[in-house]
Every structure is written in C-alpha cells, then in structure tokens.
Design a protein around this ligand. Sequence first.
Ligand SMILES: NC(=O)c1ccc[n+]([C@@H]2O[C@H](COP(=O)([O-])OP(=O)(O)OC[C@H]3O[C@@H](n4cnc5c(N)ncnc54)[C@H](O)[C@@H]3O)[C@@H](O)[C@H]2O)c1
Length: 249
Amino acid sequence: MINIMLSGCGGYMGNVVTGLIENDSEMNITVGIDKFTTEGRKYPVYSSFSECRESADVIIDFSHPSVLNDMLEFAVSKKCALVLAVTGYTDEQNEKILMASSEIPIFQSGSMSMGINLMKTLIKKAASALGDDFDIEIIERHHSRKLDAPSGTALLLADALNETFEEKKEYNCTRCGKDAKRKKSEIGIHAVRGGTIVGEHEVIFAGLDEIIEIKHTSLSRNIFAAGAIRAAKFICAKEPGHYNMDDML
Ligand SMILES: NC(=O)c1ccc[n+]([C@@H]2O[C@H](COP(=O)([O-])OP(=O)(O)OC[C@H]3O[C@@H](n4cnc5c(N)ncnc54)[C@H](O)[C@@H]3O)[C@@H](O)[C@H]2O)c1
C-alpha cells in the first residue's frame, strides 16, 4: 500500500484526487495539508507542513507555489517522494526544485493529462515539418479562478515547440498597442479566463493560405488527478532525480 500525503486537499483538484484514491486498492491518503480547509476529510488535515508530524511515501501537491519551501524542506527531511502538479513557479523556485531532486525523487509536470502529452508529440512533429514558414500561436482557456497566466500547460507546449528550433523563439504573452506587429522570432501565447472552463489548449500553425490547428479540451479534472496518481505510483520506488511525463510514458 502506498501512503499519500495530499497537499491542497481542500481545493478543486484535492477533492477529485481524494475521490479517486478512495477507490484505489494500491493507495491510501494518510494525511492532508491545507491552509484554509482543514475539516470534512476522512484523514487528518494540518494547515502547514511545519505543523505536520506524520509522514508518507509520496506527497501529491495541488496547492499553491507559496507552499514550496516548507514542502521541500519537509520532503527532504522525511525522504518522501514528491509529485508536483502546481503551476506558476518562478525560475528561482524551479531551481530549488532541481536542487532538491538530487536528494529525493521529484515528478513535475505542468500537465498531468495523457492527452496533452500526446499533443506535445504531435505539435513537435508539425513544427519540425513546417519549420519557419508557419507562425505559431497558442491559445489557452481556463476558469475565472485560475491564478497564473499563461498556464503551465501552455508553457510546456511552447517549450516542446522550441525544442525543434535551432534558434529558440521568444514567448510573447503581452501583444497589445499600436506597435504590436508579430515578429518571426516569437510564439504568441494568449490566455482566456472565464466561468468554469476546465482547460483548453490550441496550437495554431498559420502559413501562406493554410492553417493547421491542434487542440486539446479537458472535459473534467479527473484526467489531471488520474495522471498525478499514476505519477505517484511511478515515482514512489525511484532513485532521487527530476522526472516528468516523458520518463513515465
Ligand atoms: N499539472 C496539472 O495537470 C494541473 C491540473 C489542474 C490544476 N493544476 C494546478 O494545481 C493547483 C491547484 O489547483 P486547484 O484548481 O485545485 O486550486 P484550488 O484553489 O481549488 O485549490 C488549492 C488548495 O490549496 C490550498 N492552499 C493555498 N495556499 C495554501 C498554503 N499556503 N498552504 C496550504 N494550503 C494552501 C487552498 O486552501 C486550496 O484548498 C494550481 O496551481 C493549478 O494550476 C495543475
């Protein structure tokens, strides 16, 4: 049995992960961490890692970037594996995550969805075939509560596209104004926010007289929760290191 500590257990994703693990015979949530929702769970919930005296095999984190320092300190001291699903980390935070991965196994992905990871392969193939003749723009759409923009998935897709170019393209997330003509050297990334949209990502390859669009739509949060659970099973017996979807799939 794999014992899970669920960080952000009171949030939207925390609820879905809790529900899926209740029906999983290989896993058990033994403890939760959440600053604002500490009641109504079948497992004990602490408001921070510093208050928690318990441990687990794997921490799954669907909380907030501000939790990172305490969580890394906790995970390293208890030799706990970590599945990081949170998005919106700064470069400095990503550096800290890499450093901690020399001591514990860490799985990190801006998208835990299998479909998005297939989309990554498809858009890389398209970018290699189309080269610089096509302009690439990404449109992502999410619910109005989302804190970070562009989404972690949009950045993951842009990074995948950039792997195919010898001269790396800049990300333009702020096109606006009277001097906003598109440059050949950029990938435009546009964030739409509204209502309860779970998540949509569209990559547009716009060329001379033809357009190719590759799109993924998330219809429920189950796909992200299921991906994070699969990642926890994958990582729990791994050596220290930094792992992602490519390693798992
Ligand atoms: N990688 C993926 O596939 C994927 C998919 C969906 C969401 N996410 C990311 O997961 C995160 C959570 O998403 P959500 O929609 O469940 O958000 P949410 O706001 O519903 O849930 C976040 C939870 O974290 C708790 N929290 C916030 N700050 C905290 C703190 N300092 N200490 C302890 N608990 C704290 C909140 O109380 C809340 O219950 C976001 O970063 C989101 O972008 C990633």
